[in-house]
Design a protein around this ligand. Sequence first.
Ligand SMILES: C[S@@+](CC[C@H](N)C(=O)[O-])C[C@H]1O[C@@H](n2cnc3c(N)ncnc32)[C@H](O)[C@@H]1O
Length: 331
Amino acid sequence: MPLIKEKRISLGIAELTVAMEASRAERLRRTLPYQKVIRPALNWLQHRGTSQNGQSSGVAPIPETPLVAGPITPEVQAILDRIKGLEWYHSIDLPHGVSTPGYVDHRQQVHYYGLPADMRGIRALDVATYDGFWAFEMERRGAEVVAIDLDSLAQCDFPRRFRDQALSAGAQAKLGASFYLAKELLGSRVQREILSVYELSPEKLGTFDVVFLSDLLLHLRDPARALENVASVTREDGFAIIAEPYNQSLEAFRGVPLSQFGFAEAVGWWQHSVATFKTMLWAAGFDEVEEVSRFRLNCKAAIPLIKVVLKAYPKARAPLGNGRVSTHLTA
Ligand SMILES: C[S@@+](CC[C@H](N)C(=O)[O-])C[C@H]1O[C@@H](n2cnc3c(N)ncnc32)[C@H](O)[C@@H]1O
């Protein structure tokens, strides 16, 4: 059966889906009209579909099987054979037009995160790397990257009530197989270390120009301690990028650092307002916090996860007034 490539654009209540054979899609993608007219138009539409408050988003459907953007050559088949036995959290583009069937697809949403386009000469840390999407992305931009994660999901901060359930569902399985396969296939030099964010310190890993942390704090009992450790390894002239789901209903109390204790799909501890994240970052030692974007994460979670991306600077870049935290809404 031919592989089918599908693209869906959401525009409020309207939705446009284009599906065609992967090989035809690849031929079309190489044509000038596609590159000069259709792709920019689709990007523009997709962007418009993602509102600031995340009410409607350009999230695309995530496929269940690996995607191949071309004919099944022996090289492609060899990669498919290797990725098929593994669980994939991230959709990652591999060589020969193969991409992994992730639970989360960040690929069309990278621009929301405010990463520098050129990261040459930068030492970067990816906290909670999972399959390594963000570590590989920063390396692709030129950074020297260290990535940390737990040895298995069993070490996560599960609430006691859900712990047995999680363990019987296989949480003891070692993490990292998908990361190492992607690393090998990409020819990456990212250094993966097994280290909890609770143990992160300059003594363990040194310091970094950019510390990247995404979709982790919701899983932690003590996010404030994690952010203190992030601050401890962020160089004075560097910054941290914190990209986390927030609770939209708490935004009604604009600027008040409110948080809700509760579980989303039994995996989360706290749902914070954006103001709570900013205040926690300030308490952790960051002088300035800049808001980069808000958007709906493209993932298979049953509930929509609306994220905020914050850039936190250890030292204020310009003199602040008497406010503790400077925020700039740039998206
Ligand atoms: C939802 S995934 C996020 C993956 C990736 N950062 C992203 O944004 O796509 C959560 C990750 O956090 C890791 N994690 C959970 N608790 C952790 C801890 N205390 N220290 C470091 N990593 C942790 C998990 O092992 C998993 O890799």
